[in-house]
Design a protein. Structure first.
Length: 95
């Protein structure tokens, strides 16, 4: 099963200048929203106040059988780890 995911973020620093890891760890960086869909299902969009409470998406991140796809998978993975999944980083085999 695949999950297509996209984090939209904001920060006082530029991801182009600092790189994804530093950008995601900067205190001013936050998630505006996350959009995702499971396989070819409907796209769900959650604002920042709901992202951390999305148990379905968190469960998918913990399921080793789920493959995540994204336009910029490395950035999405770092954003998820630092800003939302908190200490859960997806192995490259799942991206």
């Amino acid at each position: 099963m695949q999950v297509h995911i996209d984090f939209e973020t904001q920060s006082l620093v530029s991801v182009k200048d600092t790189g994804a890891w530093v950008y995601s760890r900067h205190p001013s960086t936050s998630i505006l929203c996350v959009a995702y869909c499971v396989s070819d299902g409907a796209v769900d969009v959650y604002s920042s106040d709901w992202v951390g409470g999305n148990l379905e998406l968190h469960g998918l991140a913990l399921n080793d059988e789920i493959i995540f796809t994204a336009h910029n998978a490395a950035f999405e993975n770092v954003s998820g780890k630092i800003l939302w999944w908190r200490n859960t980083i997806l192995p490259l085999s799942r991206l």
